[in-house]
Ligand binder design. Structure first.
Ligand SMILES: Nc1ncnc2c1ncn2[C@@H]1O[C@H](COP(=O)(O)OP(=O)(O)O)[C@@H](O)[C@H]1O
Ligand SMILES: O=C(O)C1=C[C@@H](OP(=O)(O)O)[C@@H](O)[C@H](O)C1
Ligand SMILES: [Mg+2]
Length: 174
């Protein structure tokens, strides 16, 4: 059966990995977390890739993993936050499926991030809440133009049920 791929886009902590996994389970699609694919391929954690090989190397690996995905094969793909903003990745996403931007406000992202270890987020290596919020706002300002190329935007905190309703309404899923 023909099943569109669904790509989740958005800032770190917007919920791409968590929602993607639960959405895939709910509708019986295959789940792909691009960061996990990269870690398997490189045999290093994301943080190790950044520190040992550098961001440019990571972005190239990220783009290659994206290019390796088949078009419309019933995949839920949780991208890394930077995916839409490098190389020609938005074109590659458009060629492979439908995209959803999880547009979560920076304050909410910062609150979620304060509960994760800073070693796991190489782009936001601070524990100071005000600095983290500023950095997230700055990064989102740069990235928004890329994220807004998504087919669908969901604003604010969301959950699997809401995501399902939106996707059904748009006939992306049955
Ligand atoms: N819809 C949500 N509501 C509340 N917390 C969430 C939600 N989605 C994710 N989180 C929390 O935010 C953190 C980052 O989520 P994650 O799914 O890894 O985001 P991403 O893959 O976009 O970086 C996790 O601790 C997760 O429990
Ligand atoms: O925003 C980014 O550039 C990144 C986000 C991370 O993924 P999540 O968005 O899943 O946290 C991961 O790919 C890497 O640390 C870079
Ligand atoms: Mg993730």
């Amino acid at each position: 059966m023909y099943m569109k791929n669904i790509f989740l886009l958005g800032m770190p902590s917007s919920g791409k990995s968590t929602l993607g996994k639960n959405l895939a389970r709910e509708i019986g699609y295959e789940f792909v977390d691009m960061d996990k694919r990269i870690e398997l391929r490189e045999m290093l954690t994301i943080a190790e890739i950044f520190s040992l090989r550098g961001e440019e190397y990571f972005r190239k690996a990220e783009s290659e993993v994206l290019q390796s995905l088949p078009a419309d094969a019933g995949l839920i793909v949780s991208t890394g936050g930077g995916v839409p903003c490098f190389h020609n990745n938005m074109d590659a996403i458009r060629e492979r499926g439908v995209s959803v931007f999880l547009d979560v406000p920076p304050k909410m992202l910062a609150d979620r991030m304060m509960h994760t270890r800073k070693n796991d987020r190489p782009l936001f290596p601070t524990d100071d809440a005000a600095t983290l919020l500023e950095e997230l706002e700055r990064k989102l300002n740069v990235r928004r133009a890329f994220y807004e190329q998504a087919d669908v935007t969901i604003e604010g905190e969301t959950d699997v049920q809401t995501l399902l309703e939106v996707l059904r309404h748009l006939s992306v899923i049955a």
